[in-house]
Design a protein around this ligand. Structure first.
Ligand code: NAP
Ligand code: MG
Length: 501
């Protein structure tokens, strides 16, 4: 029996094939446990279970307020098991304990708030009334979409699982979740919590397995109605093509190369600390990482001086150690990717002003640690200013005036988020012109279950979170109720078709 099993149709089980894989602690390179490795047949079985559960209305037929109570119990279950989840998440993903703790708190917060929103779905939304050709009452009712599948990455494993599951379940769908293979563990614990909170058998399924096999079944199986994906833009494009064959509803949360614009009237202390948090939080492995720091000519040298002073105080260390600011990146593969980008940056002529190397001191010997890295003299066309690195690397770009800042900020294929550090009135003017799903002014990385989140351009399709995000897990059904039912009031009376007014 594997340490972390699949959860299909209300039961924990190993893969049909009996195959397993190991999950690695990126801080030490050691295995933390065996995980059942789902194949396409396990994915199909989970989808069948979700389909049956949806079609007999055991969850989809309940009132939103009732589902909301179950989601609140999930939030409570997460809170009760928070210490265990925090420790597991940190070991599996390399998150510092502080980050893992915040993630676990966030997971519960999402279930609680989505549970509250669920009740809102019970009330039909009235539409403006028309009286021609006869009086009627019109409203929109929100139905669940059906069987949803969710595929998530490794940077926020428990949070991401909780985002997707809380929205899908709140709206009354059945769901099959596939975590990333690098971070498969916490989802198994979450499945237990969801079962214990009273979500009926088959409604929620969790299967760990490889994207190209298990993941593709979740996208191509005709019994699936909606795919919700978070991951790279490259895989997102592939998923969109696969989903097209059966016209599945698809929401995509993809990559980013987010700008942080520092205005010359910014509070320097706030902007430096904020920019560091924006760029280096979780080793820069965040889709909203503010990896392009746009600094005006007028304050460039002074700002960069302060930035480098602060970066020099950052502590690379074991995620479990107090005071660690920079833990490992998630895998050997990610380590290689990040180091390769650092090499490209140097070859392209950017100045390596801090970091740039793997760290292997003492206990860090077998982990995947990279020193916080700053490139200056970066131009907007360089690879390191265009491509998502997903590591602790920030590129500093100069700009002349606000116009120039907007042009550089919008000058990538991405449009996920942006930050502006400076006086509110000026920053809000800039915000109007930024192509980004979220603009933080004098703040960064602030996500909340009430705030919609998603990407412009190639950063994705659709929104998650907030009531807007929840609606992505529903179908809108317009109902027209004729009130005056004399034949003469109908638009088709006498064979004439009056134009609607
Ligand atoms: P990824 O390679 O795109 O993988 C994401 C997920 O997709 C994993 O579960 C992966 O499974 C699965 N997958 C891979 N190939 C697949 C296929 N052919 N069919 C179906 N599923 C497939 O991304 P990642 O490297 O894990 O994560 C980093 C990326 O995610 C970055 O680009 C980042 O910006 C993006 N991201 C975006 C957001 C957002 O909200 N916009 C949030 C976080 C991360 P396996 O890995 O298990 O094979
Ligand atoms: Mg792991």
């Amino acid at each position: 029996m594997s340490d972390f099993q699949l959860f299909i149709d209300g039961r924990f089980r190993d893969a049909e094939s009996g195959e397993t894989f190991q999950s690695i602690n990126p801080a030490t390179g050691e295995a933390i446990g065996t995980v059942a490795k789902a194949g396409a047949e396990d994915a199909a079985r989970a989808i069948d279970a979700a389909r049956a559960a949806f079609d007999d209305h055991r969850w989809s037929g309940r009132r939103g307020s009732d589902r909301g109570r179950v989601l609140a119990a999930i939030a409570k279950g997460i809170k009760e098991r928070a210490p265990e989840l925090t420790e597991l998440e940190s070991r599996d993903s390399g998150a510092t304990l502080a980050k893992a703790k915040a993630d676990v708190g966030g997971a519960g917060f999402w279930f609680r708030v989505m549970g509250e929103y669920a009740a809102r779905l019970d009330d039909p939304e009235p539409l403006p009334q028309t009286i021609a050709p006869g009086p009627s009452y019109n409203y929109v009712k929100r139905d669940p979409v059906g069987v949803c599948t969710a595929i998530i990455p490794w940077n926020f494993p428990l949070q991401m699982a909780s985002w997707k599951l809380s929205m899908a379940l709140a709206a009354g769908n059945s769901v099959v979740l596939k975590p990333a293979e690098e971070t498969p563990c916490s989802a198994t614990v979450l499945a237990e919590i969801i079962r214990d909170a009273g979500v009926p058998q088959g409604v929620c399924n969790v299967i760990q397995g490889p994207g190209p096999v298990t993941g593709e079944e979740l996208i191509t199986n005709p019994s699936v109605d909606k795919v919700a994906f978070t991951g790279s833009t490259e895989v997102g494009k592939h998923i969109m093509k696969l989903a097209a064959n059966t016209v599945k509803k698809t929401t995509l949360e993809l990559g980013g190369k987010c700008p942080q614009i520092v205005l010359d009237d910014a509070d320097p202390e706030l902007a430096v600390d904020g920019a560091i948090y924006g760029a280096f939080f979780h080793q820069g492995q965040v889709c909203t990482a503010g990896s392009r720091l746009l600094v005006p000519d007028a304050i460039h040298d002074e700002f960069v001086g302060r930035l480098l002073e602060r970066v020099a105080t950052m502590r690379v260390g074991l995620p479990t150690e107090k005071g660690t600011t920079t833990g490992p990146v998630v895998s050997q593969k990610q380590l290689d990717t990040v180091l390769n980008y650092i090499e490209i940056g140097q070859k392209e002529g950017a100045t390596l002003a801090a970091g740039g190397q793997r760290v292997t001191d003492g206990e860090l010997e077998n982990g995947f640690f990279v020193a916080p890295t700053v490139f200056t003299d970066v131009t907007a066309d360089m690879t390191i200013a265009q491509e998502e690195i997903f590591g602790p690397v920030v590129t500093v770009l100069r700009y002349s005036d606000d116009e120039d800042a907007v042009r550089i900020a919008n000058g990538t294929v991405y449009g996920l988020a942006a930050g502006v550090w400076g006086s509110p009135a000026r920053a809000m003017k800039l915000a109007d012109r930024l192509q980004a799903g979220t603009v933080w002014i004098n703040e960064y990385h602030l996500l909340n279950p009430h705030y919609p989140f998603g990407g412009y351009k190639q950063s994705g399709i659709g929104r998650e979170h907030g009531y807007l995000g929840l609606l992505e897990y529903t179908e809108a059904k317009h109902v027209h109720l004729g009130v005056d039912n004399r034949r003469s009031t109908k638009r088709w009376f006498d064979g004439t078709i009056p134009q609607p007014r």
